[in-house]
Design a binder for this molecule. Structure first.
Ligand SMILES: Nc1ncnc2c1ncn2[C@@H]1O[C@H](COP(=O)(O)OP(=O)(O)OP(=O)(O)O)[C@@H](O)[C@H]1O
Ligand SMILES: [Mg+2]
Length: 395
């Protein structure tokens, strides 16, 4: 699978600066009070039983043995960083995923370092757990918990014939879980962590389709003090990158909110963020969907035909309302991830009932749903009133 990553033109950063930036990241992150924000309760484990522990340093020999010398039939996939293999650790019989840096690939030592730093400090049930890493000589390998259901991309777009199609409820649960992972990154620390690479292939699925965000090599610390953004080279994936970030390199947490809106649209429509196999006006998912998001009569045309009508109509409207707010052009008009989590947790807890069995929509998201971080001036809050209110807001 291709990575689709790109680096637009911008101030050139040499390798020394990159490493210095990573060291700065470590200095800042070391002051995070991660324990107090940890959602892991005493004795709690993830669905795969892997409660996070400190990253272990592996030798190359251990990881070569775990993958039978990187045998082709152990290959799980390939991205911009390199190949990913399934492996069995000698110690403890644990199954893991081992990602091997391709020295000629699109990503390098800096991404490796950032990934190790970030995942050593950040722990949440919706973030993939880094078990350890190897930095022997020129070799750079990352060892993660193995996610048995692969990536969301495999279930939504690259579906093999024997795979079941994701139903509405499962998609909403995946969306809510991914949103919780992002909310944790945005709200657990000051400055927040901006993920920068949200897309279907980076949402991995544990047993029960429990989603976890992976790939933190592009993650960045957000603005501090009076700064409204951080300026950086534009990195990310076409189709998911917020327009203001792609144009100016100015990065905020709202860039992640935009990418989340694209993923939510993919879940609702079953379409790819960019699909060049479709007609020109349908290449870009957001550009195709946006005019229809203003027209209630077209909502049903947006839903993935695979559902064959098996979705709650009100749930569809509400999920589209959330997606529409997330992909707004103006970053300040996009909601906070905390509010997205509230909305999607509500949606994913609703049984998938036909229209005539649904209760009238009386659910409201209010300011009290807003969590740890104070809402900034002008920041939009998701508030659902009657359907007509909601539709008016979409216009
Ligand atoms: N922890 C894991 N458990 C199981 N499978 C994994 C794991 N990590 C990655 N994979 C598999 O390997 C594939 C490649 O992952 P990788 O992150 O290297 O590339 P990508 O996400 O497709 O592209 P990019 O480099 O742009 O992120 C994934 O799509 C997934 O199927
Ligand atoms: Mg990836």
């Amino acid at each position: 699978m291709g990575s689709g990553c790109f680096a637009c033109t911008g101030p050139k950063v040499d390798e020394k600066d990159r490493i210095q930036q990573a060291i700065d990241t470590l200095k800042c992150t070391a002051s995070w009070d991660v324990k107090n924000h940890s959602p892991w309760n005493e004795g709690e484990t993830s669905s795969s039983g892997s409660r996070p522990i400190a990253a272990h340093i592996f030798s190359y020999r251990e990881l070569a043995a775990a993958t039978k010398f990187f045998r082709a039939d152990f290959l799980l996939g390939e991205g911009g960083f390199g190949r990913v293999y399934k492996g069995m650790l000698e110690s403890g019989n644990q199954i893991v995923a081992i990602k091997q840096l391709n020295p000629n690939g699109l990503q390098g030592n800096r991404e490796f370092l950032v990934e190790v730093l970030m995942l050593s400090l950040l722990h949440h049930p919706n973030l993939v757990n880094l078990i350890g890493y190897c930095a022997d000589g020129d070799q750079r390998l990352l060892v993660y918990e193995y996610m048995p259901l692969g990536s969301l991309e495999d279930h939504l777009h690259d579906l093999s014939p024997n795979k079941r199609r994701l139903d509405w409820n499962t998609r909403m649960k995946i969306a809510a879980g991914a949103a919780k992972g992002l909310e944790y990154l945005h709200d657990m620390a000051s400055p927040p962590v901006i993920y920068r690479d949200l897309k279907c292939s980076n949402i991995l699925l544990d047993e029960g389709y429990h989603p976890k965000l992976s790939d933190f090599g592009l993650a960045k610390l957000g603005p501090v003090g009076d700064n409204t953004h951080v300026s950086t080279r534009v990195m990310g994936t076409y189709g998911y990158c917020a327009p203001e970030y792609a144009m100016t390199g100015q990065l905020t947490v709202k860039s992640d909110v935009y990418s989340f809106g694209v993923v939510l649209l993919e879940l609702i429509t079953g379409r790819r963020a960019i699909d060049n196999s479709r007609g020109a006006e349908e290449h870009n998912l957001v550009a195709w969907a946006r005019p229809m998001l203003n027209d209630r009569m077209k909502f049903r045309q947006i839903a993935d035909p695979v559902f064959q009508g098996q979705y709650p109509p009100r749930g569809l409207y509400q999920a589209l309302a959330v997606a529409a707010m997330c992909v707004q052009e103006q970053p300040s008009m996009r909601p906070l991830m905390a509010d997205v989590v509230t909305a999607l947790s509500y949606l994913s807890s609703q049984p998938n009932k036909p229209e005539n069995q649904q209760r009238p929509n009386t659910y409201r998201l209010t300011a009290t749903s807003t969590p740890h971080r104070a809402r900034r001036d002008g920041e939009k809050k998701l508030r659902w009133g009657s359907e007509s209110d909601q539709l008016r807001r979409l216009k």
